[in-house]
Design a protein around this ligand. Structure first.
Ligand SMILES: [Zn+2]
Ligand SMILES: [Zn+2]
Length: 158
């Protein structure tokens, strides 16, 4: 399937199952390793894993698109768009989306947590999945000391 077809497929499902237009972009992202799809809170785009289509077929693929469209429409309407929200659960059931994205065999799920450090010398920023021992590690550019600034959770929704 080409990206143009994916875009048309998502627009079509949005119209037929949600009675609403999908006004953003649907893209393939081969780097999505563990999940079938993802809704991007910042850009409002939907990214789909091409492996999902190959592994589980079109029917399952469409259920995942519906899942992502639930995030999409609820988020844009200011309703509960997260998995644990009532609005999300209700809409998902109505349109028959998949509750979970099927895991890609052999793929490990990553935590969305990120740690951010800033160099006290040159202000370079380091984003790491794991915590750094700041007593042992220094800035790669200037050998300055690193200081932890914050921890955040990945913003996008699977
Ligand atoms: Zn530095
Ligand atoms: Zn989801």
């Amino acid at each position: 399937m080409e990206e143009k077809e994916l875009q048309q497929l998502v627009e079509g499902i949005s119209r037929s199952s949600f009675k609403k237009d999908f006004r953003h972009r649907a893209l393939f992202n081969p780097r999505l390793r563990t999940t079938g799809g993802r809704y991007m809170l910042g850009s409002h785009n939907i990214e789909m894993n091409p492996a999902q289509l190959e592994l589980f077929g079109k029917e399952e693929f469409i259920k995942i698109i519906k899942h992502e469209l639930c995030h999409y429409h609820l988020h844009l309407e200011g309703k509960g768009y997260r998995h644990q929200d009532r609005d999300f659960k209700k809409l998902l059931e109505e349109v028959g989306g998949s509750r979970y994205c099927k895991m890609i065999p052999g793929a490990r799920r990553q935590s969305g947590k990120r740690h951010i450090y800033v160099c006290a010398g040159c202000r370079a920023e380091y984003v790491r999945k794991r915590q750094i021992n700041v007593k042992r590690f220094v800035c790669g550019r200037c050998k300055g000391r690193l200081k932890k600034t914050k921890t955040f959770f990945r913003e996008n929704i699977d």
